[in-house]
Design a protein around this ligand. Structure first.
Ligand code: NDP
Length: 480
């Protein structure tokens, strides 16, 4: 019998009120292995009641006590790292070793970071000499909603939940319906860590149903969302007339700008990683590789050689890439490779499904794919694909590289490779992207602002930005 995932409401694990379920597929074998509740508005209403009941005590708890509980959750995630990494790999298709090294440690770090951040946090005071003193109080918002995608399931889920809880809010959270397992296991971690009932409520189900019901609920005062740009638009249209606070982390079409004077070997290794880590299913992956024309041929040949060494296979073994998230996503990748050819592109390597023998024979595997010969303006280079496909485009001058990098509706992240420090800063300052890496990629400090410009989002997460998002500023002025 397949494993049954349950909602976590008012401190208890339970099915959805209507009792219906959704099949959950292991993408590496292409078969159902568990079920999750198909929650609806009724479940959201129940979760909001539980959250409201828990709110006065949780928001009134001393910072030290709240911090202690959140540290305990971090401890218990760390203690269950192997179990959670295996669950993440089975649910998402990503290599287990990647979940073990990145996803799960980062989920624990998210709780630990915000548990510590609230202890060290202070608020502003402004003195009007001889007249008055102002101090700014940062109060919790109340009941907030957190909605996350399938690509880094527990990593992104906890990136929202941890600051929301740390600042004294009660939370209604929904993971992607495609990857509910580690959110379910987190419910258990919270119970064993002594998180009071109703403080965190996790509802499973379809985005268009339970997700939409969370966004529509009048007593959920803020929504932190990570997902696609189109879903973000829909959310904003629902939430804006209700004056909800909104944080939107959306899609990207990130450029890697590579100048001839870079450290070639380091650039090559990192560019392979930034293209294909997690099957290219990371919003920060660089999908447009802009290469200075003076060494374009050398780059293409070295890059393709290196990509050909990547191993695609059973995610429970030591592979470079596992399975794509779903059958539908595999079809989307195939569609975009066909589009690249139609638009005049050449497949330098990949461009095909990968068949794995044995256990994973029915899984959704695709080869890392490199396309060349397409202009920046074509659909392939403009639309977010979110898979193991990159495009290489040559440029002649710094200006041309910057113009191409910015010529997209998105503005999430960018990577610059050069050993000229002046150029590195000048190019960075001219790029329309919220996160810039110079001579590195995915090096993350949780104190820094994280988020995108243009169609990549609204607002920033991380450090003080997250603490500010999940609180209301209230200024108190006292006449002297
Ligand atoms: P989706 O936008 O499809 O879904 C994101 C979440 O929203 C899921 O939990 C989904 O539920 C839910 N949802 C869907 N419709 C609604 C709705 N009407 N109301 C409320 N919630 C809804 O994104 P994906 O899960 O496909 O994730 C991939 C996308 O996420 C990519 O575009 C990627 O760039 C982006 N992303 C952005 C990041 C960033 O930091 N900027 C980081 C990671 C990913 P369900 O799955 O059940 O439909």
């Amino acid at each position: 019998m397949s494993q049954q995932i349950l909602n976590y409401v008012d401190g208890e694990l339970k099915p959805s009120k209507n009792g219906t379920t959704i099949d959950n597929i292991d993408p590496s074998i292409g078969r159902v292995y568990s079920t999750l509740p198909a929650s609806s508005t009724e479940d959201v209403n129940g979760a909001v009641l539980a959250a409201k009941k828990a709110l006065p005590q949780w928001s009134g708890l001393s910072i030290e006590k709240r911090s202690k509980i959140l540290h305990r959750i971090a401890d218990n995630i760390e203690a269950r790292r192997e179990e959670l990494a295996l669950a993440e790999s089975v649910d998402n298709g990503k290599p287990k070793h990647l979940a073990n090294q990145i996803d799960i440690p980062r989920a624990a770090a998210n709780f630990r970071f915000f548990a510590s951040a609230i202890v060290g946090n202070s608020t502003d005071a402004n003195v009007m000499e001889g007249q008055a003193v102002n101090y700014t109080r940062r109060k919790s918002i109340g009941v907030v909603g957190c909605i996350s995608p399938w690509n880094l399931p527990l990593y992104l889920f906890t990136w929202k939940i941890a600051p929301a809880l740390a600042t004294g809010n009660c939370v209604i959270a929904k993971p992607s319906e495609l990857t509910p397992m580690t959110a379910f296991l987190l419910s258990d971690v919270c119970i064993e860590s002594g998180l009071p009932a109703g403080v965190l409520n996790i509802l499973h189900g379809y985005g268009a149903e339970v997700g939409q019901a969370i966004v529509e609920h009048p007593e959920i005062k803020a929504i932190s969302f990570t997902g696609g740009t189109n879903t973000g638009k829909k959310l904003a249209a629902t939430a804006a007339p209700m004056f909800k606070k909104l944080s939107l982390e959306l899609g990207g079409k990130n450029p890697n700008i590579i100048f001839e004077d870079c450290d070639f070997d380091e650039m090559l290794e990192t560019t392979v990683r930034s293209s294909f880590t997690n099957q290219g299913e990371i919003c920060l992956c660089g999908s447009r590789i802009l290469v200075q024309n003076t060494f374009y041929d050398r780059f293409c040949s070295a890059f393709v050689d290196r990509v050909n060494k990547l191993v695609v296979g059973d995610p429970l073994t030591e592979v470079s890439m596992g399975a794509l998230i779903s059958y539908d996503h595999l079809q989307k990748i195939k569609y975009y490779v066909a589009l690249a050819k139609e638009e005049g592109g050449t497949v330098l390597t990949g461009g095909r499904e990968v068949r794995i023998s044995g256990r994973c024979a029915e899984g959704y595997f695709y080869a890392p794919t490199v396309i060349a010969g397409l202009g920046n303006g074509c659909r392939f280079n403009q639309e977010e694909i979110f898979g193991p496909i990159v495009s290489i485009i040559p440029f002649k001058s710094e200006d041309e590289a910057i113009n191409m990098a910015n010529d997209t509706t998105y503005g999430l992240s960018a990577t610059i490779w050069t050993s000229d420090v002046k150029r590195a800063h000048n190019v960075a300052h001219r790029l329309e992207a919220g996160v810039i890496w110079i001579n590195c990629w995915l090096l993350r400090d949780l104190r820094t602002p994280f988020g995108g410009m243009k169609a990549s989002g609204v607002g920033r997460e991380g450090g003080d930005e997250a603490l500010r998002f999940f609180t209301e500023a209230q200024n108190v002025c006292i006449k002297l």
